[in-house]
Design a binder for this molecule. Structure first.
Ligand SMILES: Nc1ncnc2c1ncn2[C@@H]1O[C@H](COP(=O)(O)OP(=O)(O)OP(=O)(O)O)[C@@H](O)[C@H]1O
Length: 299
């Protein structure tokens, strides 16, 4: 499948700052990729380059086969900034009709676009009365004008409550299912874990990790934690068997082991049979994996 977005060896420098260092990636139709990174890692710089808003120093960028910022690329890519602002006195429908007219599209599509993002009921209300989540949906409706093949979303769920976040990702799922590629940045690790297909971690301008969460988990090879609850009267025996464990005030014994130690440890725990009341295996969290890949120099 031809990727919707291809970036190879992309380098961008602002005076003495190397904002992007030989970054390469590809995003295929219908894929949702999350761009993660500390403040200043280079996320916005990459998005601006993909949108054709700023030039780059070296490398190649292709948006649906065209150079970023070219007329062909601009018809295929849409952008939603973090804090989207609309005229508060206009209704959602008026605002979208305005954008449609600017793009040379039929303003009557406003009704359908607003319905698509779940705002049909509020189309004739002033945007000044909308919640932040509703304004983000107007922003998403605006990005859908012209049926773009690539959506670039800068922290699209920042400031939204959990239900609005979930609804927003549901909308993105629908768009991805139709073949739209989605590149979004976020600082909320748990939501990208559940709602995107791949994770891209930028650190100091370098793409330090790329893949599904399962790929990154394997590559990071971080320790696995076990939480073991002894059966009544067996706490001392359990602690004696695992002197390396840490006993908590909650009565649980906590153990850690590398990926290769996981199964042998499980076998040792299972061998205790009825002395064990319960067991949880806790894989490294996305936060652990993110910290592993994105640690700054000196940390
Ligand atoms: N116009 C500019 N002039 C000089 N330096 C810049 C400019 N734009 C970005 N930078 C620098 O490039 C680096 C990457 O910045 P960028 O805005 O891409 O990071 P980011 O990952 O989007 O961060 P944040 O999460 O804070 O938005 C930073 O060191 C930043 O200071």
């Amino acid at each position: 499948m031809t990727p919707t977005l291809t970036i190879s060896r992309l380098t961008k420098r602002f005076q003495s700052v190397e904002a992007l260092k030989s970054v390469s990636l590809a995003l295929e139709p219908g894929r949702r990729a999350a761009l993660l990174g500390h403040n200043g890692a280079g996320k916005s710089t990459m998005m601006k380059i993909v949108l054709g808003l700023i030039p780059f120093d070296s490398g190649e960028v292709s948006v649906c086969g065209s150079a970023p910022g070219s007329p062909a690329a601009r018809t295929q890519v849409a952008y939603l900034p973090e804090n989207v602002a609309f005229h508060p006195a206009l209704t959602g429908e008026e605002q979208l009709r305005h954008y449609l007219a600017l793009r040379g599209e039929n303003p009557k599509q406003a009704t359908e676009l607003l319905a698509r993002v779940g705002l049909g009921h509020a189309a004739r209300r002033r945007i000044g009365t909308y919640s932040k989540g509703m304004r983000q949906r107007v922003g998403l409706a605006q990005t859908l004008i012209g049926r773009p093949r690539l959506l670039v979303l800068d922290e699209p769920t920042s400031g939204l409550d959990p239900v609005s976040r979930r609804d927003f990702y549901d909308l993105l799922d629908g768009l991805a299912a139709e073949g739209t590629a989605i590149l979004l940045s976020s600082h909320v690790l748990t939501e990208v874990e559940a709602r995107t297909d791949s994770i891209l971690i930028l650190s100091g301008g370098e793409l330090v990790a790329e893949g599904t969460l399962a790929d990154l988990r394997t590559r990071a090879a971080l320790p696995v934690a076990f939480s073991v609850r002894p059966a009544p009267g067996h706490a001392s025996a359990l602690a004696a068997t695992f002197p390396e464990g840490v006993e908590g005030e909650d009565g649980l014994l906590r153990l850690r082991g590398s990926q290769s130690e996981k199964l042998p440890l499980l076998a040792r725990i299972a061998a205790l049979g009825s002395a064990i009341a319960d067991l949880d295996v806790i894989p490294p969290s996305l936060e652990d994996i993110y910290s592993h890949f994105s640690r700054r120099d000196g940390q």
